[in-house]
Design a protein around this ligand. Structure first.
Ligand code: 3BY
Ligand code: FES
Ligand code: FE
Length: 428
């Protein structure tokens, strides 16, 4: 069998000097290579971004019933989401208070209690330790409950923060996104399908790739049917007369539709809280192209049961980007993407397609039709992330200029990253 030799970046001693790398980032340009490829940057990302910021890990539908457990790994730190007997969703470190074993394997389970496989310490779904044999009469179980993790359920999206001092601006995010997501009634959805894609690239390259649609025209024939890539901006001087007419038409449509949506109680204006916001997010209600209903190949709804009556027709696509995810909420279904780092050059992209919980596969929706656009788009994006990472590994890589028309959001992303690293003491 032929052995696959993975390319390795020539190690430069400066790769470990995160302070110098952060200080070297030039505004308007992509990051120095070692911030994408280096082991030191990866460790700092886990510590600064994933252990001190609000991270999206799942949706209410991951734990629909009491006793449902969903175990996720945030870098080296495994956590569990659990719905307790009162219906409350809680998050805990997935680490036993005895000798620290990981209690539940990653993935989903249904349990009555949480029992550590090592010595069978037993926890209630509230985290309380109720069973621990041979520990003596003086052993106080109350001191050994599971360690809680900060959790916010924002319109059905589950955010956690591993820090004991979580960024307080989650309140601003909640104030804006709570009302925007409420009409989609995510609490009453189910996961129709889920995919795990291991991307061969740094998680920041996955996030950068998703923040621009410069690459869409050349790479996403399926998504292009329902997605107006021009909503992310093009250089007007490069447009033909016909293209300019189209762009003008689209801006007029946006003005008209945004006013209409707002009048119907569907908040729609763009909010861009990235630079200067620890809990970064950007949201916008997009017009869907074609028949305007959904991100499908025929641009019509894939599921005949809407997520709610409020969004049943003409509600467009609420697009939300956060630090490790992006989302599309449409009238008939939602697609939720979460990105979790596995290594400097490996990231997990988990995608969930949500439909109304009463929708029946084969009757209300055809699964292949529901998932087809994003299965293809994800595969295409994974290829782009792979070649971007390969380039960053090369001795020939130099930080390159972001387009001020189509990649403004990337400059904001990289600026946010540098700011957050500096806030945690790197490069200052
Ligand atoms: O649709 C998305 O989620 C993103 C935004 C722009 C390009 N991309 C495919
Ligand atoms: Fe969990 Fe011992 S490590 S019971
Ligand atoms: Fe893409």
């Amino acid at each position: 069998m032929q052995q696959v030799v993975r390319p390795r970046r020539a190690v430069d001693p400066a790769d470990d000097d995160l302070g110098a790398l952060i200080a070297a980032r030039r505004p308007g340009y992509s990051l120095p290579a070692a911030l994408y490829t280096g082991a030191a940057a990866f460790e700092a990302d886990i510590s600064v971004v994933f252990h001190h910021h609000w991270i999206v890990v799942g949706v209410e539908a991951d734990v629909p019933e009491p006793g449902d457990v969903y175990a996720v790994d945030i870098g080296p730190t495994p956590i569990i989401l659990v719905r307790d007997d009162e219906g409350q969703i809680r998050a805990f470190h997935n680490v036993c208070s005895h000798r620290g074993a990981k209690i539940v394997p990653s993935g989903r389970a249904i349990v009555g209690k949480l029992v550590c496989p090592y010595h069978q310490w037993t926890y209630e779904l509230t985290g309380e330790l109720t069973g621990a044999t041979h520990m003596g009469l003086d052993f106080d179980k109350a001191l050994h409950h599971l360690q809680p993790v900060a959790l916010r359920n924002i319109g059905g999206l589950i955010y956690v923060c591993l820090s004991n001092d979580p960024p307080e601006d989650i309140a601003a995010f909640e104030a804006i996104m709570g009302p925007r997501l409420a009409p989609y009634d995510l609490a009453n959805t189910k996961i129709a399908y889920e995919t795990d894609l291991i991307e061969e690239g740094n998680w920041k390259l996955t996030m950068e790739n998703n923040r621009e649609c410069y690459h869409c025209a050349g790479n996403h024939p399926e998504l292009a049917l329902s997605y107006y890539s021009t909503d992310l901006g093009f250089d007007p001087s490069e447009l033909s007369d016909e293209e300019r007419e189209q762009a003008d038409w689209l801006s007029a449509q946006y003005a008209e539709r945004t006013a209409l949506w707002e009048a119907c109680g569907l908040p729609s204006s763009t909010v861009n809280n990235v630079v200067g916001h620890p809990t970064q997010f950007r949201t916008q209600r997009l017009i869907i192209a074609g028949a305007g209903e959904s991100q499908t190949l025929d641009t019509r709804a894939a599921c005949r049961l809407p997520l709610s009556e409020e969004v049943a027709t003409g509600s467009g696509d609420t697009h939300l980007w956060t630090v490790n995810g992006w989302n599309h909420f449409m009238g008939d279904h939602a697609v939720v993407f979460t990105v979790l780092p596995l290594g400097p050059d490996k990231s997990l992209l988990r995608t969930k397609w949500l439909v109304h919980k009463d929708a029946v596969e084969g009757e209300d929706y055809d699964l292949a039709n529901l998932i087809s656009v994003w299965v293809d788009t994800n595969r295409e994006d994974a290829d782009l992330v792979r070649i971007a990472h390969q380039g960053a590994m090369s001795a020939g890589y130099r930080p390159g200029p972001y387009s001020r028309f189509t990649e403004r959001t990337l400059d904001e992303w990289s600026t946010w990253y540098v700011e957050r690293m500096q806030a945690h003491g790197y490069g200052v």
